[in-house]
Design a protein around this ligand. Sequence first.
Ligand code: FAD
Length: 317
Amino acid sequence: MKLIDKLSQSKKTLFSIEILPPLKGKSIQSIYDGIDPLMEFKPAFVDVTYHREEYIYKKREGGYLEKVSIRKRPGTVGICAAIMNKYDVEAVPHIICGGFTREETENALIDLQFLGIDNVLALRGDSIKTEPHFVPEPGGHHYALDLVKQVVEMNNGNYLDEEMKDAAPTNFCIGIAGYPEKHFEAPNMNSDMKWLKAKVDAGAEYIVTQMFFDNQKYFEFVKLCKDSGINVPIIPGLKILSTKAQIKTLPKIFKIDIPHDFYEALEKCKEDKEVKEVGIKWCIEQCKELVKANAPCLHFYTMGASESTRKVAKEIF
Ligand code: FAD
């Protein structure tokens, strides 16, 4: 089922989660172990992230260094199929521009259609860790906007492969990312909004936001979207902060702020057990306010922390 239909049919705030494919070598059971404790809250969908290759240098005999491409978390498409097979839930694969030519994207989308997957979250993807900026694959897309356009073309039955003239159109519901605290590369919020609107005008049907800890930022973002003529559901992304180290790593990685009150409370914690409690409490308050404001769905970046997500969900759903 298309997420946009679920979102528009629901009269109450829905619950959803994002999971990461397990590290190479781990089994699918680690995914099920993360989802099982959350199924009682009836997630509307489970997002599965996509992780592109990284480059490392391996020391070879004779001392020379060989540049080797590795993927630590493969399997997004297969994991989505496994989730849909095991649970009564929509799995949403993240599809990215990075590392894909347009033809490879087309083939990946055909695979998803064969598997009965109706929803995709279309993203540009981050740069490879060893590169300072995002570099598109030769013959690939530079921006998520172009990826959205390609999916829409396929939904209209227009494939790149000219041999496929009479092929059946795909029928994907397309989600995209939005940034209440601005995407870090955007020179200002107005230009970020301009490109966000371009993605919606091209056919994206809903937005999932980057994580935030200050609801005010989400409310302002929603208002800015409305003022800019963006009228699709905007799903808030939530993360339960759970270690002291994350006070520094989350702002650095995701370019977001930790509100001062929250920071003060976290600073007082002596160990991570206390941080987790403070993080859960903060998230519960965020959720209560977001539900009150009729957020369409609360989307949790679980990052393996099902136990904390369960504690929050128990208070809200
Ligand atoms: P875009 O929409 O392409 O925007 C990137 C930047 O370019 C922005 O600053 C924007 O303002 C600007 N811009 C956009 N279009 C144009 C244009 N046509 N011309 C000029 N400027 C333009 N990364 C992964 O690798 N895998 C994942 O699974 C993943 N999941 C995510 C899920 C969510 C909900 C979010 C919020 C992020 C996720 N990311 C993931 C990270 C994401 O890929 C990065 O934040 C990336 O840097 C930007 O992706 P985007 O789709 O927002 O890019």
